[in-house]
Design a protein around this ligand. Structure first.
Ligand code: SF4
Length: 214
């Protein structure tokens, strides 16, 4: 599974407490644009993209085909962030549930469900939810905010970290065969079709009322 380099991100570049720009969630074009500010040519962004999304690199020092001074620059200016794990629960059937904390401390769940023919990762799209489905614990929580594309990506990357599904040094990075994680469903916390930035309040209220009736 790789991330399309053509997908456009609608998240503005984000910085951490140290002022480093987070790369996850940027499109390739956005990564190239931010690198251009340091006079780095476009192919350097493609190399970093490959390391992040095809090889699972979590730091710039491991990007062996980049010049040493570029790795130092990237380490100073950029980050490849992952959510932090609050809890991990494993059941006897192999299901793993992670409670993950985002950069602002908000917590969401991601669940990996292994089956004979496939392995499914259930990712969250919102913190809380506007709907109130009666069978669902999240439905008792108010919507706090939408997750950004980077935070949805981070769930997938976290799962691949935990499942050991990035290619090892020297292995080819193209094949998806033999992986545990084969499917992704947007069935965690939140309603993905309502993950857009400006939900009109009266529309959200209408949804809440309608869901309360189901
Ligand atoms: S839409 Fe999903 S997350 Fe929201 S209350 Fe219903 S089942 Fe729960």
């Amino acid at each position: 599974m790789s991330v399309s380099s053509h997908a456009s991100s609608f998240a503005a570049p984000r910085t951490d407490a140290a002022g480093r720009v987070a790369l996850i969630g940027l499109s390739l074009a956005e990564m190239q644009a931010t690198f251009a500010a340091h006079s780095l040519p476009g192919f350097r962004a493609k190399q970093v993209w490959h390391w992040i999304y095809h090889r699972g690199a979590r730091d710039f020092e491991s990007m062996a085909n980049l010049p040493k001074d570029m790795r130092a620059l990237l380490t100073e200016k950029y980050s490849i962030e992952r959510p932090s794990v609050v809890t991990e629960q494993k059941s006897s059937d192999g299901t793993i549930k992670w409670l993950l904390a985002m950069a602002d401390g908000q917590q969401i769940e991601a669940v990996f469900i292994p089956e004979a023919e496939r392995g499914t990762l259930c990712v969250s799209s919102q913190v809380g939810c506007t709907l109130t489905c009666k069978f669902c614990h999240t439905g008792t929580q108010p919507l706090v905010r939408n997750l950004g594309p980077h935070e949805i990506l981070q769930q997938i990357m976290h799962a691949r970290d935990m499942l050991g599904e990035w290619p090892k040094p020297g292995e080819k990075a193209v094949s998806g065969e033999g992986r545990d994680l084969t499917n992704i469903v947007m069935m965690g916390m939140g309603e993905p079709l309502y993950n857009y930035q400006n939900v009109a309040k009266d529309h959200a209220l209408h949804l809440r009322r309608r869901a309360a009736d189901c």
